[in-house]
Write a protein that binds this ligand. Structure first.
Ligand code: MV4
Length: 498
């Protein structure tokens, strides 16, 4: 087993990885930029190395500086976390060249899954269902040909894809040319690769993903699914395990798990990984892409399976065999995670970094908090303003929902704006309660909650105001307002008289 591991990351995930390393008796080396001098991951580490100025391109994305730090501190392996260099095939290869173990899949597997068309080819080779589409980059004429054969709407996607960049919906032939140009130029700007491919558009899909774990001896298991349909601008906001849809149709877990394993096997995959699927209204599922890293939302899988994914990642990277078989994986209860951000949900979710002047954390039964903040810390504006991931476990979805509402009530953050209140509204929402989830959920949620009130309501409010006004004028002098009716009416009357 490794003696010392360098964590090439920051924030809550660096802290999360460090906690497991400590439990395994492995020393942790942190790296940090100027902006992170006072950050929790640096304070918690056994050793720490400064790797550059605040911009991540000068620090957390500098392969040379991270490898220098690992050599200087005598680390045996590097955990990349998520984001930054975690899905950079060159980084994985450079680690191996420097005789450092990259705690993740092979550089070849990362590369194969990084190209969305190559990933489709791998999935097809493995026999996993994919959305009808092209398995290679296309010209405008080829895109038009595909649409004529398969019908509109279609979705143009960037080959180098991710995060919805370079993606355009096209509903009919006249819109195709300009959409193609827009998609290609956005892809060029985002990825320096303008290649586009085409898929048939799936309307209002759910996003359900399968967690995989494979060792370097050819064993692979799935750890079930996560429902990640509640997201905004391609950023997940809330995740659940199990998916409420799969909970109703348990055969889906086995079918999707098997499909995910086949796709990953075709790529020669090992370590932790996630296969994303789109699920349509008829519960058909389609391979979308594979994430070759530990995911932000891994805690909900850990809560329901009782496993430590980081520990398993480290053991697999050290050459150990998976310590259990597929039949030994069990799922118990229900977990929900909310991503707590320093942002203003009522001002277009604008980041709201700043100094934390007050902090009370939720505690008690079934609560897990993966955070990186402490009272008095200033949330840096250079990075993603994720403060913490609040996850709860309970026996079923209803209880987990109530527990999350309770935890959010206990959570108090002062000095900055957060999305805590926004989550409470979602958790109370009838559509959420009924688990009618899809990738357009938040957009529709806002439409439902911010829609102008129907005229009937307006008329009712006007009538009530008029009635209260009349009552206020006709009220007997000297008689307490509450004696004329409810305290509620009294309050309304006071308001009108003020
Ligand atoms: C789709 C799709 C519908 N049909 N592909 C969005 C990000 C990128 N990774 C793929 N995405 C989608 N691909 C077809 N053929 C809808 C989406 C999509 C989406 C997918 C997962 C999670 C959230 C999403 C939000 C909007 C659109």
């Amino acid at each position: 087993m490794f003696r010392k591991v360098l964590i090439a990351n920051r924030g809550e995930i660096a802290v999360r990885v460090m906690r497991t390393l400590r439990e395994m008796g492995i020393a942790a080396v942190a790296v940090y930029s100027d902006a992170d001098r006072t950050s929790l991951h640096v304070r918690m580490a056994d050793e720490a190395e400064h790797i550059g100025p605040s911009p991540s391109s000068d620090s957390y994305l500098r392969i040379d500086r991270i490898l220098d730090a690992a050599r200087k501190h005598g680390a045996d392996a590097i955990h990349p976390g998520y984001g930054f260099l975690s899905e950079n095939a060159d980084f994985a290869a450079a680690c191996e060249d420097a005789a450092l173990v990259f705690i993740g899949p092979s550089a070849a597997a990362i590369r194969a899954m990084g190209s969305k068309t190559a990933a489709r080819q791998v999935a097809i080779a493995g026999g996993a269902p994919v959305v009808p589409g092209t398995d290679h980059p296309v010209t405008l004429a080829e895109a038009a040909g595909f649409a004529r054969e398969n019908g509109y709407p279609i979705l143009l996607k960037a080959v180098a894809g991710g995060g919805g960049k370079g993606m355009r919906r096209v509903d009919s032939e006249p819109g195709l040319e300009s959409a193609f140009r827009d998609a290609a130029s956005e892809a060029e700007r985002s990825f320096r690769n303008s290649e586009i491919y085409v898929e048939k558009l799936i309307e209002r899909p759910r996003h359900i993903e399968i967690q995989l774990l494979g060792d370097r001896h050819g064993n692979m298991v799935h750890l079930g699914e996560r429902e990640c349909s509640i997201q905004r601008r391609h950023q997940k906001v809330m995740e659940e395990c199990p998916s409420p849809l799969v909970a109703l149709h348990p055969e889906m877990r086995h079918a999707m798990g098997e499909a995910a394993i086949r796709a990953a096997r075709a790529a020669g995959y090992y370590n932790a990984g996630t296969v994303e699927f789109l699920v349509d209204g008829e519960r058909r599922f389609y391979f979308l892409e594979m994430n070759t890293r530990l995911q932000v939302e891994h805690p909900v899988t850990e809560l329901v399976t009782g496993l430590d994914l980081v520990k398993l990642q480290v053991e697999i990277a050290a050459g150990e065999r998976l310590p259990f078989s597929q039949e030994q994986v069990t799922w118990r209860g229900s977990a929900i995670e909310c991503r707590i951000y320093a942002e203003d949900p009522y001002n277009d979710f604008l980041p709201f970094p700043g100094k934390l002047t007050r902090l009370t954390r939720p505690l008690g039964p079934g609560i897990r908090l993966d955070g990186c903040v402490y009272d008095g810390w200033t949330v840096p504006m250079e990075y993603d303003p994720l403060l913490a991931k609040l996850a709860v476990w309970a026996a079923n979805r209803e209880d987990a929902t109530e527990r999350m509402i309770r935890a959010l009530r206990e959570y108090d953050v002062g000095g900055i704006r957060t999305n805590l209140g926004f989550f409470r509204q979602i958790l109370e929402d009838v559509e959420f309660r009924a688990a009618r989830l899809h990738t357009g959920f938040i957009e529709e949620f806002f439409q439902r909650h911010h829609a102008p009130r129907p005229p009937a309501d307006l008329a009712a409010v006007a009538a009530l105001a008029a009635a209260l006004h009349t009552m206020a004028g006709a009220g007997q002098p000297g008689v307490p307002a509450a004696a004329n009716g409810s305290a509620w009416l009294a309050a309304g009357r006071k308001g009108l008289l003020r």
